[in-house]
Ligand binder design. Sequence first.
Ligand SMILES: [Zn+2]
Length: 257
Amino acid sequence: MSRIAKTEAISLKNVSLSGASRYIIALTRDFGKVTLVAKGIKKPKSRFGACLEPFVLSEVLFYHKENRETHYISHCDIIESFSNLRRDLEKIRFAAASVSVIDKVIDHEEKNSVLFDLVFSILTELNRSEESQLFILYLAFLTKLAALLGFQPILDRCLRCGALAEERTHPYFSIVEGGLICSGCEIVASKDRINYKRITPEIREILYQFLTEKFYKNKRRILTDSSLEQLHILLKMYLEYHTDKRIPPISESYLII
Ligand SMILES: [Zn+2]
């Protein structure tokens, strides 16, 4: 049983097929992540044009077949091409990293319009932001994604004894339990170096802001290069542990696209 479906779609990845066709792995507003087949897309005068290129937001019409893993596209129109982003290699790197994470951690055909809005928002911000803001935007994206997937870390108190963050120092972050461990509980924490990561008050504060503020405020935060890198490692480990999927490094993501 197949029916024609219309939805907004953001292309995450293209995979070349034999002949002139491609698979388009896309995140859609109404069907979640889907694999679409674009017949004839590699021909010079393809009717699809650029609307299925990575990162482009389009409205697509496709034949949706239940219990099938792939669906044929009949038509698409560009809604937003993110043209600044697509002309800038640094922006492409971070956009590619963002959509690669989504491709890795999201299962097929599970509708989640909040997730769709998150991906649209990060592409919008990468498109219009300064180069110096791209990394912090990507880290804010990973933090918001973790929360949206159900792994929001506890950042206002110790997971063990409940001591509030403003009353005591909290030098550890537990990857497994998802939150802070205070200095009073440090002896237990120090036994497991893989689970418990050192976290500075600066990084705790920025994680809290990522969770409570929108992207346009997140990107104005200033962090040193070493704090950015430390936060990146922490978020990568955190997402990998809780999703059981490998998060690709930023530079490697660019090569996948
Ligand atoms: Zn404690």
